[in-house]
Design a protein around this ligand. Structure first.
Ligand SMILES: Cc1cc2nc3c(=O)[nH]c(=O)nc-3n(C[C@H](O)[C@H](O)[C@H](O)COP(=O)(O)O)c2cc1C
Length: 177
């Protein structure tokens, strides 16, 4: 797909078909996440691919009962490796940013293959850690269902965004000339 089309039609998909995700596509999507940039190329991300139906259902419950998650054949859980970045004021939070960049690669690559995702940040961290045996130094950062949307028109073009002149300034903050 054309890149502009990918980014303009990536939407949060909240209804999934049970159709299996071909393994070659899953690998392609994970590879897009793998090649993401990070400070000092530290790559502080790990992905857990969950296919077990019962586990997926428990994840949906732990994600504020967002049951649509359990419709998908796969849930991908992103974990971030904690570290302190001494060069940035982000310090101990930098890994979260880096993990999110990698996740965005994954989400856009999925859209490129006609697969739906939905960033899910509302979840019980401790419950997910226990369920998936996640060690304390790799906290879960985000998760997403992954699968074909039940309805193909779900990939509708994004329209509900602020206009460019509201989010971009010229030369100095606040300057709109
Ligand atoms: C960091 C983050 C966390 C989010 N958490 C949730 C969530 O827990 N549940 C959900 O349904 N959507 C969640 N979303 C999706 C947003 O609601 C959605 O991206 C936004 O409304 C724009 O819609 P769109 O993705 O269809 O363009 C999250 C998105 C981001 C980026």
């Amino acid at each position: 797909m054309d890149f502009t089309n990918v980014v303009r039609t990536r939407r949060s998909i909240r209804s999934y078909s049970r159709e299996e995700v071909p393994d070659n596509l899953l690998q392609k999507i994970l590879d897009a996440a793998r090649v993401a940039p990070s400070a000092n190329n530290r790559q502080p991300w790990r992905y857990i691919v969950v296919r077990e139906t019962k586990t997926i259902y428990k994840i949906a419950q732990l994600a504020a009962n967002q049951i649509f998650i359990a419709e998908a054949p796969i849930v991908v859980v992103l974990c971030g490796r904690k570290y302190v970045n001494q060069y940035s004021w982000f310090g101990e939070c930098m890994y979260l940013l880096e993990a999110a960049i990698s996740m965005d690669h994954l989400v856009l690559a999925a859209r490129n293959e006609g697969l739906g995702t939905c960033w899910v940040g509302a979840f019980d961290k401790w419950g997910i850690e226990e369920l998936l045996d996640i060690p304390p130094d790799f906290p879960p950062v985000m998760l997403t269902p992954l699968g074909y949307p039940k309805d193909k028109i779900a990939f509708s073009e994004v329209i509900d965004r602020k206009p460019i002149n509201e989010i971009c300034y010229s030369e100095k903050f606040g300057n709109r000339s």
